[in-house]
Write a protein that binds this ligand. Sequence first.
Ligand SMILES: NC(=O)c1ccc[n+]([C@@H]2O[C@H](COP(=O)([O-])OP(=O)(O)OC[C@H]3O[C@@H](n4cnc5c(N)ncnc54)[C@H](OP(=O)(O)O)[C@@H]3O)[C@@H](O)[C@H]2O)c1
Length: 298
Amino acid sequence: MKKVLAIGGSGMVGSRFCELASSKFDIVSIDEKTLDITDRNAVEKYFGENKFDSVVNFSAYTNVSEGENDRGNEEGLAWKLNVLAPGYLAEACLKNNIFLVHISTDMVFSGGKSDPGPYSEDHLIPEDSSVVTWYGYTKGLGEKAVKNILGEKACILRLIYPFRSHFEGKLDYLRKPIQLYKEDKLYPLFTDQKLTTIFVDDACRILERILEKGQTGILHASCTDLASPYDHVLYVLEKIEGKGIELKTGLIEEFLKTASSVVRYPQFGGLKTERTQEVLGMKFRTWRQMVDSFVSNL
Ligand SMILES: NC(=O)c1ccc[n+]([C@@H]2O[C@H](COP(=O)([O-])OP(=O)(O)OC[C@H]3O[C@@H](n4cnc5c(N)ncnc54)[C@H](OP(=O)(O)O)[C@@H]3O)[C@@H](O)[C@H]2O)c1
């Protein structure tokens, strides 16, 4: 059995991976309490003392809105965890001959009109930090740090709007609007925003295949078709509550014009997966199929 280190294994995506993949791999799950990956010396020491075949780095500074308060701050946590730490892990993996899978995000792309998605695996990441969130910008630099050190030896797996059926730690792309709907507090849902999304269990199966094959390069974990948040949320609520639900709608086009501060929501987002499906020999599912599985596991 391959020995796999899951860094950030207590997080929303990482903890599900540890549950689902434990029959296939000998998984060691750690988080900040065991190893602070922003400490370069600690990372070097940990890898000197512990042996692994592969490492999956799930850890990240993931608070997109709070991350904006740190914009431009190269001493901040988003910078340390999303830009510097992936480089420290890549150095340790190079030195100890370990296969690194670094988890990233669609938010490295703007989703804006001048560079619209859906994005293929080889689409260039924008250099200009002002077109993406600070979270997305730092995650893009983290990808570059891994690539600079490990070149084609590593795998970068981008996820997009993940949702899972159960997780105490935080809400996600679907569980949040479901909860707000039940509290009668659901905001208007954009009908003109186009995105893809991923059921975390599907992402975990993709990740298992990457680890089994030792697949390198930039890969995408996503459903195969675009839809709007309105489409996604109406479908899931009708599955749970029954037909005939009425939801407030809005237009992102209008929202972006009138927002009081700069917001960087992707209007034309989404990840393409053709290359990923081909190299992994897998057929990914549509968003409705994924939501059906999500609902049946609730
Ligand atoms: N959630 C999304 O919507 C989304 C979308 C696309 C891509 N992604 C990517 O998917 C990955 C997983 O996201 P997630 O939402 O599952 O993350 P999460 O729930 O925020 O979990 C983050 C994990 O990182 C660990 N961590 C934080 N600081 C650390 C440090 N200094 N050293 C070691 N570990 C540390 C945390 O452990 P502690 O609790 O001990 O701090 C936790 O286990 C990330 O790379 C993210 O960028 C997420």
